[in-house]
Design a protein around this ligand. Structure first.
Ligand code: HEC
Length: 152
């Protein structure tokens, strides 16, 4: 085979490989610092929100649960007040698998806010658990820069 053709095939193979790994890689170190710090800020807010929700759940303060779950929902990173330029960078950097998980997670928080407004205890507990599972699932796959223990 002609050397040039071989080279083209090799390049294609490498590009395909990169495209595949993009779906399950850690995203933190891929992001520019300004956007990574927004993500970290959002995560810290979510973390605090989850703690407050637990306080609400164990004390049947469902107004608190609804308010905090709604706040988590509204913090959706892609919907935050970021510049168009940052939004473009996010779209190019974040793998589809990450965006799907983020969407699913934020949907759960909307459902939890709804269950809390309806005063449905059982459903709130189930949704809270599903949200915790969603944190772990995303971190396992996409946050190993920050949580390398998942790689052990
Ligand atoms: C869709 C993906 C995704 C979901 C869902 C998610 N996280 Fe994260 N989280 C990340 C990523 C990515 C990082 C690491 C960012 C980095 O590398 O700097 C992170 C980092 C964090 C951090 C560390 C922040 C710091 O100070 O460095 C905390 C705490 C955290 N997440 C809490 C949570 C909690 C609690 C939940 C669920 C209620 C959750 N996250 C759900 C993607 C996610």
């Amino acid at each position: 085979m002609n050397k040039l053709i071989k080279l083209v095939f090799l390049l294609l193979a490498v590009t395909t490989l990169q495209a595949e790994t993009k779906t399950d890689q850690a995203v933190g170190s891929q992001l520019p610092d300004s956007i990574r710090s927004l993500l970290i800020e959002e995560m810290q807010a979510i973390n605090e929100g989850m703690a407050k929700i637990l306080t609400g759940l164990v004390g049947a303060d469902y107004a608190l649960v609804a308010q905090q779950a709604q706040a988590i929902h509204d913090s959706f990173i892609m919907a935050q007040k970021i510049t168009d330029e940052q939004r473009q960078v996010l779209k190019q950097t974040l793998p589809a698998a990450f965006i799907e998980k983020d969407k699913a997670f934020h949907q759960l928080s909307a459902q939890l806010a709804e269950a809390a407004r309806a005063g449905n205890t059982e459903q709130q507990l189930q949704l809270y658990q599903s949200m915790q599972a969603a944190c772990v699932a995303c971190h396992q796959q996409h946050a190993t820069d920050r949580f390398p223990n998942f790689l052990k």
